[in-house]
Design a protein around this ligand. Sequence first.
Ligand SMILES: [Zn+2]
Ligand SMILES: [Zn+2]
Length: 305
Amino acid sequence: MPRQISPAGSDPTAIGEVSAPPFARLPDPSLLFARRAQRLAGLAEGHQLGAYLRFLAAVSNAQHHIQDGLPDPEAPDIDARERARSFGMPPLDRNKPAAAALSETLERLVIAASTIDKPEAATGALDRLKQAGPSERDGMVRNVLADAIPMEALAEHVYVAAALQVHFTRLAGCLDAAALVPVGDGACPVCGGPPVSSMIVGWHGAHGSRFCACSLCGTLWNYVRIKCTLCGSTKGIGYQEIEGGPGTVKAETCKACGCYVKILHQHKDPALDPVADDVATLGLDLLVREGGYRRGSFNPFLIGY
Ligand SMILES: [Zn+2]
Ligand SMILES: [Zn+2]
């Protein structure tokens, strides 16, 4: 039988290998931040943003270590999850972040961050955060969850975002991946957030499939290739990369919505991390923006650049 030739622009994963990717993969909070810390430390070597990447590596390390002995996060009960699912809504509600476990997580992160080497702006921000009362902290939590971090307080929000990542990753880790349903283009099926980047994975049984990554809860969700991860358009999709680079991180641009989101070829380099490698490829952002595209993804560690 002749090998089926796929029409131009169709999903290349359909050719050859049988691939049955799961719809979503939930994060393992006991591994995610430790691996990210390692990746950030590796990326920092000889990098223009080396000092900042080392700082983020230390923050990721803190995110890993503060989990030891933290009270369990209060996951939504089965009825609430079922209700959300029947309405095509994500099980975790970003509008109701208040939880005892979250304040404890933030408090622990603030304490852990005191001992790490950091840029001057990050030192001042940590002092301000230490002095902030519960309502001020709550306001910052809401800013991060609304993807609306004010430019004048970016550094404070880095710590708050880091604490929220720990909290939501632990919540996501309690869920059942098989019970998740798609909640719309550009939205995480667990928390409703936008993707930070997407990855072509090399996992056994899913080789060559693409997954979007959530910067908040760490969930990965399957998404067709050559399709805008934000607006769902399959027309006017292009790819850009830094000339002479390793070719493992590209920007997927969309003419329909005028935005771009990076795509990581993790099947070529398993160490690639959706958050760390997004920060470390800032040069690609500058290049793509010259072409008039806007950044459509959300990364709390890459705002203000
Ligand atoms: Zn999420
Ligand atoms: Zn689009």
